[in-house]
Write a protein that binds this ligand. Structure first.
Ligand code: URA
Length: 286
């Protein structure tokens, strides 16, 4: 039997090699493209509203960026890594940023005592989500596994290592994005989320999205893809690599779940293609 750590290292190396190969062939574009090289953007999204219908202000649509290729503190640039995007300038935080953080923390507190479905009975921790409230991109998975349930954080197990590679290929670090799941509690034996659990839990996710207001959501796997694109019957093969919109406002790009990649390394080519699309669309966002 394959050693899981070796298997993971091999998959990571394969993704990295793919990236280096594309760079070598000049197909992996690094840096922001010239504006006139871009296809037209969809019309600006209308303001978000909270569940009561009150308008929630959007962040500054053109956040100013500091530097051109600032490294993430504490992270050594790895050989072959995609060019890192400029870091957001904290001085230009929208006025409501602190308020959003407070509201997210309050929501996390509320979720920590949630008894909306039967999954509360078996959990060690509610896995609410982690990352920056001010980010242009969210990654949304399916549900916590055993490692996540134990630690109370999303994607800390083997699939999380691959997610780190995916985030890295977009040119970002985990600390610069927000990561959450469709379900906040672990289903027994990691079984599929049930429709009533999704219905009970996703109001938390919807509120997280409303508060963070990302430009792009990367949906990891079928359940996230179905929910976020509003296509409850879609297959992963039908969802992947196609741009859709969450509530007609936020771009959603579904890709195969990292755990699927662990089960079936043959998927790495399509995951790689989808990650390139994700990076391209991310770079186009204001
Ligand atoms: N798989 C998920 O979908 N989410 C996690 O947090 C971990 C594994």
């Amino acid at each position: 039997m394959l050693d899981p750590r070796r298997e993971l290292a091999e998959l990571s190396a394969a993704l990295r090699a793919e990236m280096e190969r594309e760079q070598g062939m000049g197909r992996l574009r690094v840096g922001r493209p010239a504006p006139d090289a871009l296809p037209p953007r969809p019309a600006a999204a209308p303001p978000l509203s909270d569940p009561k219908g009150t308008a929630v202000s959007r962040p500054d649509p053109t956040p100013s960026l500091s530097g051109t290729d600032a490294p993430v503190p504490g992270r050594e640039p790895a050989r072959g890594r995609a060019k890192r995007l400029p870091k957001l300038d904290l001085e230009t935080e929208p006025a409501d940023y602190a308020g959003r953080m407070t509201a997210l923390n309050a929501l996390g507190e509320e979720a920590s005592g949630c008894v909306r479905c039967g999954l509360c009975k078996g959990r060690q921790n509610v896995v609410f989500g982690t990352g920056r409230a001010r980010t242009r991109i969210m990654f949304i998975g399916e549900a916590p596994g055993a490692d996540e349930d134990r630690e109370g954080k999303p994607f800390v197990g083997r699939a999380g290592k691959l997610l780190d590679q995916i985030i890295d290929a977009v040119g970002l670090a985990r600390e610069e994005v927000y990561i959450a799941n469709i379900l906040k509690c672990r289903p027994p034996r990691n079984r599929d989320p049930q429709p009533e659990e999704i219905a009970a839990c996703t109001p938390y996710l919807e509120r997280q999205i409303e508060l963070i207001q990302p430009r792009i959501i990367c949906a990891l796997g079928r359940f996230a893809g179905q929910f976020l694109t509003g296509q409850p019957k879609a297959t992963m093969a039908g969802l992947r690599g196609k741009i859709a919109y969450y509530k007609d406002r936020i771009m959603v790009l579904p890709i195969y779940h990292p755990a699927a990649l662990l089960r079936n390394p043959n998927l790495k080519r399509v995951v790689w293609e989808d990650v390139q699309l994700l990076r391209k669309e991310y770079e186009r966002q204001p």
